[in-house]
Design a protein around this ligand. Structure first.
Ligand SMILES: Cc1cc2nc3c(=O)[nH]c(=O)nc-3n(C[C@H](O)[C@H](O)[C@H](O)COP(=O)(O)OP(=O)(O)OC[C@H]3O[C@@H](n4cnc5c(N)ncnc54)[C@H](O)[C@@H]3O)c2cc1C
Length: 467
């Protein structure tokens, strides 16, 4: 993966830049020692790493604005960072950049149950947003599997989703407003605590967010449905959606993932080709009615198992394997987690093609994903210590993502573009589309200092970054 050559002029002025940052932040909030900046050298796309010039950890919008103003004046690129769990390399630094981490900005600023919102600083972790309101019977719906660690800031930047987003929508559907700071230090308020508050998408560093919260449902119950064919499982998903049923989640796992998670988490999954975890919510009567319809559809596909959770413990065990899947796959080998979205009806075809490509490339792949909204996460296994394996894995990944676009889907469902899919943007967008996107960035970040090496192919942005 190519990254821009660091600006030698910025590298030479490291001491001056650090001194200016220390003048506006507490001493321990500016990190320049190479032994410590290494902690920020990558996100969860660990195949690429580069320690930044410095990392800063402000505590307020005013401090973020002061940092950005200095970087803008000094011509220093800035890479914002939440918790560093991006799988797309969105938070990967360059050697001449300042990483602006919002981890110290985690306060709850306001909770309003009458108007169903919570306002938090953007470094607050996803799960702790629900943690702040659950005792009162409320929750924040978007639930990335990384929710224990990832921050609302990263969720907003990547428009993150999760298992329960089939029903509740992804981050953008639950975000009411933000405070953000533009690259020149200007503070902007967008949206507000109520739906339909005015606002636009702008580019900047998010410091505060107003999020929609919901009353917890009366109850929820998952079922596990096992199949002896990926394609049949895919068709079953498609049939459930076609029937107009809206479960809160439909998750899919194939045999490699099922076996890996069984060895790791011992959730009691059947040894079958693929399984679906389908969860519905509501009153006991609503749950019974929805599950009866789902069962009727599933039975037309001859599942090898249809297991309905009879109590809390069984429900927990059904989810246990799914929630452990990424960790379990990581025990087998290095892996790259892709994130492409396809029309649900294309699931059977795409799963078959991924299987064929896996044989062509000679790399194993496990599939675990949010099937209800067609958001696929093929996990390609490779050996980072074997020369050429990473490149082979990337080539395989690129073919899968091109396939997603070919069948009418897109390059990302929830992980964003970062560096990982940057060079594939031309597959989804023609030159005119891309130029329009570049011009939007020109308006809000004319010097191209805010995370400049991400999202767009480097050659498309070279002339702008050079200026
Ligand atoms: C095991 C695992 C499971 C995962 N499961 C899911 C899942 O189910 N669904 C899902 O959607 N994702 C998932 N992810 C991916 C990742 O957790 C999400 O993309 C998450 O939103 C990243 O949040 P973060 O705070 O870690 O952001 P970071 O990794 O720190 O940054 C992500 C991007 O946001 C930008 N950014 C960070 N802070 C700001 C800010 N204040 N203002 C503007 N931009 C900012 C960064 O520059 C970067 O481009 C998973 C990751 C892992 C490791």
């Amino acid at each position: 993966m190519q990254m821009p050559i660091p600006n030698a002029n910025v590298l030479a002025r490291k001491a001056t830049i650090a001194a200016r940052l220390r003048a506006v932040l507490p001493g321990d909030a500016v990190i320049t020692d190479p032994a410590e900046t290494r902690a920020y050298e990558c996100d969860a796309l660990t195949a690429y790493a580069c320690a930044p010039l410095a990392a800063v950890l402000p505590r307020s919008t005013a401090e973020v604005a002061a940092v950005l103003k200095i970087c803008h004046e000094e011509g220093v690129p800035v890479v914002p960072r939440g918790s560093g769990t991006s799988l797309a390399g969105g938070a990967l630094p360059t050697a001449d950049c300042v990483v602006l981490g919002v981890a110290r900005m985690h306060a709850v600023l306001e909770t309003d149950y009458d108007n169903r919102f919570i306002r938090v600083q953007s470094g607050r972790t996803n799960l702790s947003v629900t943690g702040a309101v659950e005792a009162d019977g409320w929750f924040y719906a978007p639930d990335p599997s990384s929710q224990l660690a990832c921050a609302i800031a990263g969720n907003i930047a990547m428009n993150s989703g999760g298992a329960h987003c089939l029903k509740y929508g992804v981050t953008t559907n639950n975000l009411l407003g933000v405070t953000l700071v533009q690259m020149d230090g200007t503070v902007v308020e967008l949206g507000g605590p109520w739906l339909d508050a005015g606002g636009m998408d702008l580019l900047g560093v998010v410091t505060e967010a107003t999020l929609r919260i919901l009353p917890k449902p009366e109850g929820a119950r998952p079922v596990l449905v096992g199949f002896n064919s990926n394609e049949v499982a895919g068709t079953c998903v498609s049939d459930i959606i076609k029937a107009g049923i809206l479960p809160v989640a439909i998750e899919f796992m194939d045999r490699p993932c099922i076996r890996a998670t069984e060895a790791f988490a011992k959730a009691g999954y059947p040894d079958c080709e693929s399984l679906l975890i389908i969860e519905v919510e509501g009153s006991p009567a609503e749950i019974d009615e929805q599950l009866a319809r789902i069962k009727a559809i599933a039975m037309t596909h001859n599942p090898v198992e249809f297991r309905e959770a009879a109590d809390e413990d069984q429900a927990r065990r059904i989810w246990l394997g799914r929630k452990s899947a990424f960790g379990a796959m990581g025990q087998i080998n290095d892996y790259m987690c892709l994130d492409g979205t396809i029309p649900v009806s294309a699931l059977p075809f795409v799963l078959r093609r991924i299987g064929e490509m896996s044989q062509d490339f000679g790399l194993d792949v496990g599939n675990v994903f949010h099937a209800g909204d067609g958001n696929m996460h093929p996990l390609i296994l490779f050996n980072a210590n074997k020369p050429g394996d990473l490149q082979l894995c990337e080539a395989f990944g690129a073919e899968i993502l091109k396939l997603c676009v070919e069948v009418g889907g897109c390059l990302t469902g929830e992980h964003g573009v970062g560096i990982e899919k940057r060079d594939l943007m031309t597959v989804q967008f023609n030159p005119t589309d891309l130029e329009a996107q570049l011009r939007v960035k020109d308006v809000f970040d004319p010097k191209w200092l805010l995370n400049p090496a991400k999202v767009f192919p480097l050659e498309a942005t070279a002339s702008r970054r050079a200026v």
